[in-house]
Ligand binder design. Structure first.
Ligand code: DGL
Length: 263
């Protein structure tokens, strides 16, 4: 057994609770890696904010995770990735930083109708990253972008199992289905928490819902090897949580994480 390794945590950051959808994959795939999750919380939602402001929040958060000893950082937020990933990689050049990419490629490869729905925040959809990736696959599919209006707030308040959630999802997803979308890309890390509701709205139709989190976890694993950062095989992983918001928010964050792993 390899008992040598880098047992420092991987830092995971989001505007709020949504990045737990990525944390969940890391937790499952890399059981001996410690994870430290930072939910801004104080400034969530990021979705409609100016890029410069989001960049400042992301800088503060990533800086804090690195100061705490993170050996790698996952920006588990599409909006912060779109606004700040180049800046972060330049500023913290000695730490690998993984961002979120909308899963436009697998959707473009899989679509049979040629129509792909992309759900994300206004910040992500207006950013270069989405425009560039969707332009790259424009010959394979027509992308219809839609903001998940109200989705982040519903997930932040753990109101996924309410009629209000069904209503919010229906309002956004039904027009995509009406246009013939057979792939729905979840381009915001909060949205996988609404997956069951999205599937309920899809009903019997043959429509795939794509969450990029497993691909991000695979990328993290590759980078751990590439930079020789894997924890020792016998490392007992520690899971810590931080926020820029209140103690009450921290408790909600921990509860959601606990619910995820006890499912
Ligand atoms: N979870 C984030 C994302 O992936 C942002 C949600 C928000 O704060 O608006 O885009």
């Amino acid at each position: 057994m390899n008992t040598k390794g880098n047992n420092n945590p991987i830092g995971v950051y989001d505007s709020g609770l949504g990045g737990l959808s990525v944390w969940r994959e890391l937790h499952a795939k890399l059981p001996n890696e410690s994870l430290t999750y930072l939910a801004d919380g104080a400034n969530c939602p990021y979705g409609g904010r100016p890029k410069e402001e989001i960049r400042r929040f992301a800088d503060e958060a990533v800086g804090a995770l690195i100061a705490d000893g993170a050996k790698m950082v996952v920006v588990a937020c599409n909006t912060a990735t779109a606004a700040a990933i180049d800046f972060l990689r330049e500023k913290y050049a000695n730490i690998p930083i993984v961002g979120m990419e909308p899963a436009v490629k697998p959707a473009a490869m899989a679509t049979r109708t040629g129509v792909v729905g992309v759900l994300a925040t206004a910040g992500s959809l207006g950013g270069d990253l989405f425009l560039r990736t969707s332009a790259r696959y424009a010959d394979r599919a027509r992308f219809i972008a839609a903001v998940g209006e109200g989705f982040v707030e519903i997930v932040e308040q753990s109101r996924e199992a309410t009629p209000e959630a069904v209503e919010a999802v229906r309002r956004v997803v039904e027009p995509l289905l009406a246009e013939g979308a057979d792939q729905i890309v979840l381009g915001c890390t909060h949205y996988p928490f609404l997956r069951e509701v999205i599937e309920q709205v899809i009903g019997e139709r043959e429509v795939a819902v794509i969450d990029p989190a497993p691909a991000v976890a695979r990328r993290v694993e590759q980078l751990l090897d590439q930079f020789n950062l894997r924890a020792a095989e016998n490392n007992k992983a520690q899971y810590t949580f931080q926020t820029f918001a209140s103690d009450d928010y921290l408790n909600r964050l921990k509860n959601k994480a606990f619910q995820i792993i006890s499912r």
